[in-house]
Design a protein around this ligand. Structure first.
Ligand code: TYM
Length: 332
């Protein structure tokens, strides 16, 4: 069976972008692939995390995945730091990937901003750890949102270079799986910015933990323009905020964007937003309730993650042993 690996950083609230771009797709893929889903706590500390928050967020992301419909029995759910092979392979990839490749990563440029000299070394080397996450399981497919595409290209280049350098056919070249009507959900305040956990305005995103009133308020306040819904998608080309809300509606209702535009053609966005609120609450409400229930019993979540770590280690350990042999690390 083909194998999936994907991860989420436990750096704050899960939001609608994480759900529509990634987690919801994972729920659909879990019956077709062997799946490994990870709370990437080692990635999280590439920027400062309060230790107590990191623990809480790790559990909360796990709760979010389970509440969204990921079956923790069938799939492997665990947190990255419990499987040492990720960091072991990441070091080897630090020595395979080239500085020039990492210098081209747009996410580093965005996150480091003007203060590049002050960014952690880990933030720069982040994509190598991500390649290791995937390849330490020889995963063949990686379902992610659009923003991770460049990192996946780097993972493929690294796998290829490792195979070439050592004259082996060891790592597969993992394929990205990017699909759905909302592969890049934008901020509710600015259609040019991605919806993200790190945006300082909470009104920019819908969190998976938001209650119905908060969702309603955020959707009502979401930026739009003065024009009504056009009847075709061409009419949305220079209207990023309107286009984003339409994409959210389409993804939440599992329909085509064009189909939803035709339904609301000529109507004002105030009307459209009212229906979007109902839809969002009907989809996210039950997930939210289940997340809260799961978070009330952290020992249950911890037991799931512990079992997941055992299963993940059982796959990763023989692979990293083979890598060590290929590289020429003596096993005295
Ligand atoms: P992270 O934690 O930023 O996001 C988790 C998943 O959510 C997707 N996503 C979005 N999709 C659509 N619109 C958005 N606004 C949006 N924001 C986030 C992301 O694409 C991702 O699929 N580097 C990764 C975590 C990671 C990983 C991996 C992923 C570490 N190792 C190995 C895959 C394979 C990240 O920061 O995701």
């Amino acid at each position: 069976m083909q194998r999936i690996f994907s991860g989420v950083q436990p750096t704050g609230n899960l939001h609608l972008g994480n759900y529509l771009g990634a987690i919801r797709n994972w729920v659909r893929l879990q019956n077709q692939y062997e799946c490994i889903f990870c709370m990437v706590d080692q990635h999280a500390i590439t920027v400062w995390q309060d230790p107590k928050d990191l623990i809480r967020n790790t559990r909360e992301v796990a709760a979010g995945m389970i509440a969204a419909g990921i079956d923790p029995e069938k799939n492997i759910l665990f947190n990255q730091s419990t499987v040492p092979a990720h960091a072991q392979l990441a070091w080897i990839f630090n020595c395979v990937a080239r500085m020039g490749w990492l210098n081209r990563m747009t996410q580093f440029k965005e996150k480091a901003g003007k203060h590049k000299e002050n960014a952690s070394v880990g933030l720069f080397a982040y994509p190598n750890l991500m390649s290791a996450d995937i390849l330490v399981y020889k995963a063949t497919h990686v379902p992610v949102g659009e923003d991770q595409k460049q990192h996946l290209e780097l993972a493929r280049d690294t796998a290829q270079k490792f195979n070439n350098d050592y004259g082996v056919d060891f790592f597969p070249l993992p394929e990205p799986l990017i699909f759905g009507a909302a592969t890049r959900v934008m901020s509710l305040r600015d259609g040019a910015k991605k919806m993200s956990k790190s945006d300082e305005s909470d009104y920019s995103r819908i969190n998976m933990t938001d209650d119905a009133d908060t969702i309603a308020l955020k959707v009502r306040k979401a930026k739009t323009d003065l024009f009504p819904m056009p009847d075709t998608l061409e009419g949305l080309e220079d209207r990023p905020e309107a286009s984003n809300l339409l994409g959210i509606y389409a993804a939440l209702s599992d329909r085509d964007k064009a189909d939803v535009a035709a339904q609301f053609a000529g109507r004002q966005f105030s009307e459209f937003k009212a229906e979007l609120v109902d839809l969002a609450v009907s989809v996210l409400g039950p997930i939210n309730t289940e997340m809260k229930r799961l978070m009330d019993d952290t020992s249950h979540i911890d037991a799931i993650l512990k079992k997941g770590a055992e299963r993940a280690n059982a796959i990763a350990e023989p692979i990293i042993r083979d890598v060590y042999d290929i590289v020429g690390f003596l096993r005295p």
